[in-house]
Design a protein around this ligand. Structure first.
Ligand SMILES: [Zn+2]
Length: 65
């Protein structure tokens, strides 16, 4: 009950399409010096989609084996 998902305060979109549309909008008005979101990802916490500027991370569990 008191556990806050890590996405609190983040913008969220209901679908990948919506998130990608938002990405396109961000890119269309990119500003110098600002870190741009580069991709969308499904959120484990809220089930929605967020944008991130982080590159996709390979799963450590998969590569460790
Ligand atoms: Zn979320």
């Amino acid at each position: 009950m008191t556990h806050k998902p890590g996405c609190t305060g983040k913008r969220k979109w209901p679908s990948e399409d919506a998130a990608d549309a938002a990405l396109g909008h961000i890119w269309s008005q990119c500003k110098p010096g600002r870190r741009l979101e580069t991709r969308s990802y499904p959120c484990d916490h809220c089930g929605k989609w967020h944008l991130t500027s982080q590159p996709a991370q390979p799963s450590k569990e998969d590569t460790a084996a």
